[in-house]
Design a protein around this ligand. Sequence first.
Ligand SMILES: NC(=O)c1ccc[n+]([C@@H]2O[C@H](COP(=O)([O-])OP(=O)(O)OC[C@H]3O[C@@H](n4cnc5c(N)ncnc54)[C@H](O)[C@@H]3O)[C@@H](O)[C@H]2O)c1
Length: 265
Amino acid sequence: MVMDLSNLTVLITGGGGIGVGKGVCQVLDDYGAKLWINELSKIKAEEAAHQYKNAQPVQADVSKGQEIKNMFRLIQESGDKLNGLVNNAGVGLNKAIHKIDESEFDRVFNVNIRGMWMVTKAFAGQLLAQMTTGNIVNVSSVHAHSSQPNYSTYASTKAAVEGFTRATAYELGQYNIRCNAIAPGMVHAEQNLDLIKTWAPDPQKWVDDHIRNQQVLHHFIQPEDCGNAVAFLLSDLSKSITGQTIYVDAGKTIMLFNKDYIDQQ
Ligand SMILES: NC(=O)c1ccc[n+]([C@@H]2O[C@H](COP(=O)([O-])OP(=O)(O)OC[C@H]3O[C@@H](n4cnc5c(N)ncnc54)[C@H](O)[C@@H]3O)[C@@H](O)[C@H]2O)c1
């Protein structure tokens, strides 16, 4: 299916990453949207923007209010009017609950949920001032639904993302501004192997076992699978959908029992 998103100008936070954000930028670019790619560092934003047909870089740390204000001012001064926002920037934490420092807890919340609120605040404020409509897609995670040891902080931020998505959708619906979320499962990217090494000695085997045993569909979830769900939620094809979270997880969260357990019966 080919979608035409050439009417969209979309800000993607953390869009220079190699996982979900990359898939989102790739698909939106393929469908003709104009992109504003936000990153923590100017260089990373510029490197990412170079990869697409119609993309501009913009630096800001989404956990810092003043940097967000500067980012929206810069985009506005360019003459562009944003009508799409993908709150993708996120950080993880894999640590036992009794060992987490306050600063680590604060960092994860400041980026994953406080930053999401501050960027949404600036975006919604701009739309209301211009009396235009727009669309928001937040990036949650399967950890909003079910989790694993050492993920208490990350999982709480993602549960908060889904509450924020529902309440924002209700509040902004009167202005015809929609707000939805996607919740990816384990998205295929090389960087995941480094992370998985922190709990599994053979990360590739862990990934293969996971796909076979912990997903209903036995394939890697690609970053573009997340991008396609975001494109749908930003498009008019989803014009009657708001406040929802689409799980892009190859069926992981619908499983009551994993496959090995079922096969043994
Ligand atoms: N990769 C997965 O398997 C997976 C699964 C579920 C959810 N997610 C979510 O997808 C989103 C993207 O993560 P990813 O896995 O693609 O990782 P990633 O590290 O490739 O991308 C995240 C990007 O966000 C940027 N970033 C971090 N803090 C920022 C800040 N304060 N301001 C601006 N940019 C910042 C990073 O520089 C990075 O480029 C996150 O919200 C993550 O929680 C990822």
